[in-house]
Design a protein around this ligand. Structure first.
Ligand code: ADP
Ligand code: MG
Length: 270
């Protein structure tokens, strides 16, 4: 199947109905242009809020949420609710969309404890009930796309024994992009792209190679939520996805398209 674009947005980038409608209108234009879109979303800030309301303290290491059974319940509930909102906005914009959990189209495994880099320092991490994508069933997605249905995926996975796992949305989108025949993967986030100085939006890199990305992780320039995002870009690129980029969901002139399209966001190449 050709012309598949795999998009992902995070909860900071696109939050609330106004943002969702802005994104949905742009996606509706892509669909009208003949593009086939698969959309994956996160919900970090909404999950944090719900956790705090229930007396839990959100904890993340290397940009990924430490997840036990209680946290997983909250994550799933919040993501399902958000997913319904996303589908609703797309439908309002004339796009036929269907909300599905990650386990509809992927098989996940629990992420084993690993050594990561946090703010330039190596740390030993056990995230708990957090998953990685081990395999994708592309036919389940192609079936929907062929019927003109846009899959909207929330990142809850299951392992081979049917145990639910929390999957970072960037990890989920990379798994899906790597497993389907897509022309591009776009991560929509709340910064203009990868920045040399997180506090300075004008310090954006227009292009980076994976080697340059590695150096920026090692020296602590890339940290937090940017780490699973660049890992996602790496996975997609190594799987042969031709175009991998990160763009700013806060950009009111157009998130993926519009004026200055060529220099929007950060394009990552092998
Ligand atoms: N070098 C960097 N350039 C840009 N953002 C960075 C960088 N290092 C860390 N970040 C952080 O990564 C965040 C994006 O990740 P995250 O908060 O998980 O958002 P999302 O919801 O899009 O996944 C940015 O808001 C920023 O705070
Ligand atoms: Mg994130």
């Amino acid at each position: 199947m050709d012309n598949i674009h795999v998009l992902k947005f995070g909860g900071n980038a696109i939050r609330g109905r106004e943002d969702l409608m802005r994104l949905s209108r742009e996606i509706a234009d892509m669909v009208a242009d003949g593009k086939r879109v698969i959309l994956v979303h996160g919900g970090g800030p909404e999950i944090n809020e719900e956790m705090e309301a229930r007396g839990f303290v959100p904890r993340k290491v290397c940009g990924m949420r430490i997840t036990d059974g209680d946290v997983l319940d909250i994550v799933e509930t919040v993501l399902r609710r958000l997913n319904a909102d996303v589908v609703g906005c797309l439908q309002e914009c004339g796009v036929t969309a269907l909300g599905i959990p990650g386990y509809f189209c992927t098989l996940c495994t629990r992420k084993p404890p690993f050594k990561g880099v946090e703010d330039g320092v190596e740390v030993e991490v056990d995230l708990g009930l957090v998953g990685e994508v081990a395999g994708v069933d592309p036919a389940s997605l192609y079936d929907l796309l062929e019927q003109g249905i846009l899959p909207v995926v929330y990142p809850i996975g299951k392992d081979a024994d049917g145990r639910m796992l929390n999957v970072n949305a960037d990890t989920m989108v990379a798994g899906i992009a790597a497993g389907v025949d897509c022309v591009e993967m776009v991560a929509i986030t709340d910064v203009p792209g990868i920045l040399a100085d997180v506090k300075d939006p004008s310090s954006k890199y227009d292009n980076l190679t994976l080697e340059q990305v590695d150096a920026l992780i090692a020296d602590g320039t890339i940290s937090g939520g940017m780490i699973p995002k660049v890992d996602a870009c790496r996975k997609a690129l190594l799987a042969g996805v031709a175009s991998v980029r990160m763009v700013n969901g806060r950009d009111k002139e157009g998130i993926m398209t519009g004026p200055g399209e060529g220099t929007r966001g950060t394009v990552i190449t092998k």
